[in-house]
Every structure is written in structure tokens, then in C-alpha cells.
Design a protein around this ligand. Structure first.
Ligand SMILES: [Zn+2]
Length: 182
């Protein structure tokens, strides 16, 4: 059973696992939560938009997830690896302009949400740095995609480098926050 820490983490996991036909992303048509013994299970079902194959994901989820925007609490993810979180964070950050002033007010909210999730995804990478260590361990990458990201940019996974990048993304989020409240 996949163990997820929040609905956001379930959604991200499904987005990162393409259908066997190669189609990225999955828009489920049915979602329900059920009790199995003392576990709470979140079930997503639907069909691939390209090949129509039936897809189904089951996650064990906590009764009380962390408040959004967050993929989880202090503990690292067990289903999305640090290389995947790093790539997701970069992709989200690149999808919005540096300067919020260039956006129409209607687009600002959406862009703010994307930057917010970019910050949350990068914070997840840091959770994989063990206490007292100065980098994510190469063993922490448990998916082929995540390992590829690590092999392409191993230096990006040092604690100092990640903290500097996170501070930078948070400054950008602050700029968006100021722009949104204008
Ligand atoms: Zn498919």
C-alpha cells in the first residue's frame, strides 16, 4: 500500500506515474475514502484519457493531514523521492514570471498558487537530508526519474545549496504575496 501524507501528495504521485501507454497525468472520475481496520484508505479511479485503460490508486492517508500548502509533515515522503520533488519545484517555479507585476490580476492568484507549491516541493527535498548530514544521500533516490535528476545535478542536493535555493524561492513567494494584496 502506498503511504501518503496528504491529498496533495496523492495527487502529485498520480501525476508523476504515467499510464503504461505513456500518457502523463491522470484525471480520476471517482474518489472515495474508506476505513480498513484502523487504516484510512483513499481510492482514486478513472480511465486514461488517451488509451482508456482503467487506472486505480490506493493510498493509506492520515486522518488529519498537515495544513495546506504542504505535501507532508516533518518526515520525508515514502512515495515521491527527492529528485522528483526537486524537478517538480523547478518546473513550477519556471512556469511563472519572476516579476509578478507583468501578470494580469486574474492570473496572479494562479501564479501565486504555483509558486507556493514550488516552495512546498523544495522544502520536501530538504526533509531527505538526515539530521547532522550536509547532503541528501544518493540512496534516498528511489525512482528512476529521481535518480536521473540526481545524476544530472548531484551538487544541487547539498544542504547549503538547497537552503539557499529555498530562501530564494521564498523571496519570490513574498513578492507575489505583496503583489496579490495590492
Ligand atoms: Zn493510457
Amino acid at each position: 500500500m502506498l503511504i501518503a501524507r496528504s491529498p496533495e501528495e496523492c495527487h502529485l504521485y498520480m501525476e508523476l506515474r504515467p499510464c503504461s501507454c505513456g500518457e502523463d497525468g491522470f484525471t480520476w472520475s471517482r474518489h472515495r475514502q474508506e476505513r480498513r481496520g484502523d487504516r484510512l484508505v483513499s481510492v482514486y479511479q478513472g480511465h486514461c484519457s488517451r488509451c482508456s485503460a482503467q487506472r486505480r490508486f490506493e493510498f493509506e492517508v492520515p486522518a488529519v493531514p498537515p495544513p495546506p500548502p504542504a505535501y507532508g509533515g516533518a518526515e520525508p515522503s515514502r512515495i515521491v523521492d527527492p529528485g522528483e520533488f526537486y524537478a517538480v519545484s523547478a518546473e513550477l517555479a519556471e512556469s511563472v514570471p519572476d516579476d509578478p507585476a507583468t501578470l494580469a490580476p486574474d492570473d496572479l492568484d494562479e501564479a501565486y498558487g504555483l509558486i507556493e507549491m514550488s516552495v512546498a516541493a523544495l522544502a520536501e527535498v530538504l526533509k531527505f537530508v538526515p539530521a547532522g548530514a550536509d547532503a541528501v544521500s544518493p540512496d534516498a533516490f528511489f525512482t528512476p526519474d529521481g535518480r536521473r535528476v540526481y545524476q544530472a545535478h548531484p551538487a544541487e542536493f547539498g544542504r547549503d545549496r538547497l537552503e539557499a535555493l529555498l530562501a530564494d524561492r521564498r523571496r519570490r513567494l513574498d513578492a507575489y504575496e505583496r503583489a496579490s494584496s495590492r
